[in-house]
Design a protein around this ligand. Structure first.
Ligand code: AMP
Length: 352
């Protein structure tokens, strides 16, 4: 067990790191953040900060010596340099390596017995054309690496859009996947301990706009509720196969044929932000508990449910009005510029 008073390393300095550091502080831990940018959201609330590139092995080695356990809040990290952290890194680099490559991720999910949309790995425009011929339309191309919040994605609706879509994703190795006609989107958020104990939260129903999460609602609607049990089985099979320690999020489409995995995130997730006020133990605290091997906290709803809305780009400028609304929990991430599409904060309303 890693006791309160110890230091937790967080690789990545964004809002997820910030909320992890706040949860860790409540339990008496100190956090040391490593990030290439100065003064990011997580560094602002942490005891120590190292500004270093994610592939700076010497900086990672020194960071590793300064902490008792390390975790990551961001999956686009080069895996090799992280090996210097050895067993101190939780979850391990295995979860990271699989989640950061969409082709490996899909093959792995299928090996775990879960459903994904029909897909092909592609590396050329000809491959994209072949995928269209084999899978039918519509199809979405997604770069294998470095995609997030809808970036690195392009749809092919009529087949003539194939060349343009290939160019739009930067002509990079990608997956071509069938468009899923979903009834709704939802996620399963699971926290797993090294000995296999695990906890789930109620599954949020998630609404996206332009590839970015806009709203998560708990409890989910009926269409999703009918699929949660099967989706949880898939999520735990994935977590077991990864030997994952900490929070793992699996995003699903609720289709007419049952739950279809969209992607996995080996970390706390935007669709779990509602747990801060809406559940007895938040995803952030539970992640700290799991990586430090403290006992699991209860994950029941704190009220009747919750609605979480992201504040994207200049929506954060609405803060005076939002902060004046009784019972609305306002989170502002302390990022500099409110660029379009940038997640600047979120608000949560707990339903009585
Ligand atoms: P992703 O970055 O893969 O999570 O995709 C962002 C959003 O785009 C998803 O949450 C869906 O709303 C939509 N999307 C992605 N892939 C598909 C698909 N195969 N079929 C239908 N919608 C999709």
């Amino acid at each position: 067990m890693i006791a309160p008073g110890s230091t937790i390393g967080i690789i990545g300095g964004g809002q997820l790191g910030r909320m992890l550091a706040v949860a860790a502080a409540q339990l008496g831990y100190k956090c040391h953040v490593l990030d290439p940018d100065r003064d990011g959201p997580a560094a602002q609330v942490s005891a120590r900060f190292t500004r270093a590139a994610y592939d700076d092995v010497e900086a990672l080695r020194a960071f590793g010596e300064s902490i008792d356990v390390a975790t990551y809040e961001f999956e686009n990290l080069p895996v090799g340099p992280l090996e210097v952290l050895g067993d101190k890194l939780r979850p391990s680099t295995r979860s990271l390596a699989i989640a950061q490559d969409r082709a490996r991720e899909k093959a792995f999910i299928e090996e775990c017995g879960a459903r994904v949309a029909s897909w092909r790995a592609i590396a050329s425009e000809q491959d994209a054309e072949a995928a269209v011929a084999e899978l039918g339309l519509p199809i979405v191309l997604k770069t294998r690496r470095y995609g997030y919040d809808g970036k690195g994605q392009a749809w092919i609706r009529p087949a003539e859009e194939c060349a343009a879509a290939w160019r739009a994703i930067g002509e990079e190795p990608a997956v071509a996947e069938s468009g899923v006609e979903f009834l709704a989107e939802f996620s399963v958020i699971v926290a797993r301990w090294a000995d296999g104990r695990h906890t789930f939260w109620d599954s949020p129903e998630n609404e996206h706009g332009a590839g970015i999460l806009r709203r998560s609602t708990v409890p989910c609607g009926d269409a999703v509720a009918l699929q949660v049990a099967e989706a949880r089985e898939a999520a735990i099979a994935i977590a077991e196969a990864l030997d994952h320690i900490g929070v793992l999020t699996v995003e699903f489409f609720a289709s007419r044929d049952g739950p279809v995995v969209n992607e996995i995130a080996p970390r706390v997730h935007n669709s779990g932000h509602w747990t801060i006020e809406g559940a007895v133990t938040s995803q952030f605290e539970q992640h700290i508990r799991a990586i430090c091997d403290l006992p699991p906290g209860p994950t029941d709803l704190a009220g009747g449910g919750a609605v979480m809305d992201n504040l994207i780009g200049d929506e954060v400028n609405r803060w005076p009005e939002l902060i004046a609304e009784p019972g609305l929990h306002v989170h502002i991430y302390g990022k500099g510029e409110a660029r379009p599409g940038r997640k600047m904060g979120h608000v949560t309303k707990v339903i009585a």
